[in-house]
Each structure stands twice: as C-alpha cells, then as structure tokens.
Design a protein around this ligand. Structure first.
Ligand code: HGY
Ligand code: MN
Ligand code: MN
Length: 413
C-alpha cells in the first residue's frame, strides 16, 4: 500500500481537475457541461489523451459510456470497474462526478508507474448522463449497462430543444469515430466509485474519508397542467383555466404534505416551465418536475403514492397529467467492501466514518449487478450542484490513495 501511495501524484490530480473544468467553464467558476454536449465531447477527448499516455485502451458502447482499460495478467477475467461521470448540472461544480473519474485515472497511472500487474483488468468508466438535467431521467449510461433500462426507451428521450438522445449520440460518435466499440453491458468483478459527499457532514467533522453505507431512495415525476390561454384583461376569474394558479396550489399542497417535522424527506420542484410565458396571457400549460427522496422504502412508497392524488385534487380548473420517471428504492452497499475502505483509511491514519448518500450515483445501478462500493471525500460546507462547490487538494489525494488500495485489492495484485 505504501508503494502505491508513492506513485499517486496529488499535484497531477489537482491540475487535471483544473484542466477538465475548462470544458464548459462558467464565468462564476463552475461548469455547465451537459451530457453528450460539445463540452463533454471535448472533456472526453482530454481524458483519452491522458489515458493514451499510460497505455489505457479506450472503447465505448451503444450509450456512449467511455471505458479506459488497463489489461490485467488474466485479461479474460471479469474486470474491476472504477469511475463516475463528467456531465454536470447547468450551474454545476468542478468536482461532482469528475473527482471519481480523475481519482480513478490517478490510480491507474500510479499502478502503471509502480510496475504493478494486477491479475484482473481495471477499467476506468465515464458513465453517460448521470445528472439527468439535459435528458431525464439521469443515470442513463449506468442503468443501460446494468440492463435496468431499455436502450430504445433511452434513445427516444428528448431535451428541451427536442433533440433526442439518439441524435446527440450521433454527434458524439462522429467526434469519436475511431473509438473501438463494445457491446452494451457486462458483468464486472466489482465497481468502486469515489465521489464528493455533496453534504456537510465530513466537512463539519473534518473527516477526510466517508465509508458510504448506501444510497437513499428516490422517485421522480413530471407533472403537466393543461388549461386554456385567455386575455389577462378581459377573462373573468370564473371563466379561466389557469394552469399557473392550479400549479401553485398543487405545489403548495405537496410542500405541506412532505414537510415532515424531522426534516428527513427531500422534496424538490427544480424545473418549472410556463407556456406561453407571456405577461398578458393566462397560462395554458405548466410543466414541473418532482424529485422526492427518503431513506426508508415504505415511507418513499407511501409519500410518492400521494403525488398523483394531490395533483388531481388541486387541479381545480385544468387537466393534470402525472408521469413517474423512476422509483429507485434505498440500497445498502455490501459490508465486506465497506470494511476494505475502513482498513485502507485506517492503515494511512486517515479519519473515516460510515455515511449514507443523500445524492444518487451510478453506483446504484452497478450495485444491482456486482459488488459495489463508494468512497466519499468532504466538500466545503456540503455545497454541490452549485458553482461554489469546493474540495481541498489534501482530501482529493487521501481519497485517491484509499481508492487505489480498493482497486488493487479487488484486481488481485
Ligand atoms: O441528483 C443527484 O442525486 C445526483 O447528484 N445527480
Ligand atoms: Mn455525481
Ligand atoms: Mn450531481
């Protein structure tokens, strides 16, 4: 273990974060790097350049997941996967997802530099569309890889401009036309994802390593309220089918329903569009998102089942259409892998603690097909999905070292 730490270069890891952040950089110091966008294509090219310099073999699949492979002594064995995502929210930070990919790359670079030849191949993965901000729902790449969502369903999803995933994939393929292609799916030996906590606990307690116990459950919906355009000056209230007023009533009723005293429920309406969005026209249509999360399976079921009835009951003048996008239950990562993270942190004298993930991750879908683990590092005040997202070089290095021990151990030194 001490050997591999000698080859992990914290300065290189930090410099690569700064370099990758230039792709989709925003003036406020964050990133806007939508899935399958030009900015993401350019960031992938940069990753492939770094990977080529250490001899990793690139390949991609039908949903444009990007694999960078370090062949093992026994290349026919199922590989160990390590990685995360590099697409971002529109006002994203530099580290959400990217940290897991660059820490994984750093591990592979260190393994090559150390002259280690693990038994199993190790594949660094960049999953397609983890965030789900351009194309919803998110985690399309890992869900398709794990066989949990049908590719044909995913390909038909459209973004706000009407571009389908299939159309956006064509642009990626055109830019990466020399890339080797592999069938979708697989059965990895294991998967490890390093990620920033995206919550305040590790930072508040100054603990550098989070041993992630699991991921809370999540249900997402799209609600469409359909009324009728009318003149703002002449139409009497009694005659209006006002999609905005009905939507406000619905969202307020949902808010009141989900406002639990213990502040465990996570209820968010993050997207809200009004049509025709003209000051003197009674809105005829509103579409909004619902992101509902809870760590308890039955509570999530019970609360989520109230969404449609509440929408219907509070849509007094309009039609309410409710579509559930995903219903992912809470999950727990296997104990033996969590123990390995603890031991790897303790061996380095690194503070560590068990911690659940409030955020969703691609590790969810890998968990359904192979032994999966997650390692958290702190982020400043827990701020994330925000351009002010911050980590420290020291925490980034500590997490990469623990990740290297996990990956090497799973690959069989
Ligand atoms: O929304 C999530 O939990 C993830 O960060 N995309
Ligand atoms: Mn993420
Ligand atoms: Mn995210």
């Amino acid at each position: 273990m001490a050997d591999i730490d000698h080859f992990i270069d914290g300065a290189r890891l930090w410099a690569r974060h700064e370099a990758l952040a230039t792709f989709g950089a925003t003036p406020a110091g964050g990133v806007d790097r939508p899935a399958l966008s030009r900015a993401e294509i350019d960031a992938r090219a940069q990753l492939m350049t770094w990977a080529a310099a250490i001899g990793l073999q690139p390949s991609t699949d039908d949903i444009a997941n990007l694999f960078l492979r370090l062949p093992g002594r026994d290349p026919d064995l199922p590989p160990v996967l390590v990685g995360s995502h590099i697409d971002s929210q529109p006002t994203g930070g530099k580290y959400d997802g990217v940290y897991g990919v660059l820490a994984g790359l750093e591990c592979l670079e260190a393994i090559v530099a150390a002259g280690a030849k693990p038994r199993r191949s190790i594949e660094l993965v960049c999953w397609t569309n983890e965030e789900g901000s351009r194309f919803a729902p998110g985690m399309m790449g890992s869900a398709a890889f794990a066989g949990k969502r049908r590719l044909e369903d995913i390909l038909a999803v459209r973004d706000a401009d009407g571009v389908t995933v299939a159309g956006a994939l064509r642009a990626v393929r055109a830019a990466e036309n020399a890339l080797a292609h592999r069938p979708l799916g697989g059965t990895p030996a294991a998967y490890v994802e390093a990620h920033i906590e995206q919550g305040p606990i590790l930072d508040m307690r100054s603990i550098p390593i989070g041993v992630v116990t699991g991921i809370q459950g999540k249900r997402t919906f799209r609600v469409r309220i359909v009324g009728e355009e009318n003149h703002a000056g002449t139409s009497p209230r009694s005659a209006r089918k006002d999609a905005l007023m009905d939507s406000v009533r619905i969202v307020s009723a949902l808010r009141d329903t989900f406002a639990d005293p213990d502040d465990i429920v996570r209820f968010t309406v993050g997207m809200f569009t009004v049509r025709p969005n003209a000051p003197s026209v009674v809105p005829s249509e509103v579409e909004f998102s619902i992101d509902l999360r809870h760590p308890d399976t039955s509570a999530l079921a019970r609360l989520g089942d109230q969404v449609a009835p509440i929408c219907k009951a509070n849509s007094l003048t309009c039609e309410a259409e409710i579509r559930e996008l995903i219903h992912d239950p809470p999950l727990e990562f296997p104990g033996p892998l969590r123990e390995k993270i603890r031991l790897a942190a303790a061996a380095r004298g690194l503070g560590h603690m068990e911690i659940p993930s409030g955020a969703g991750h691609d590790a969810r879908y890998l968990h359904y097909i192979c032994p999966t683990a997650m390692i958290f590092i702190p982020c400043w005040k827990g701020i994330s999905h925000n351009e002010n997202e911050r980590i420290t070089p020291a925490d980034a290095l500590a997490g990469a070292r623990v990740l290297a021990t996990l990956v090497l151990g799973l690959a069989g030194e």
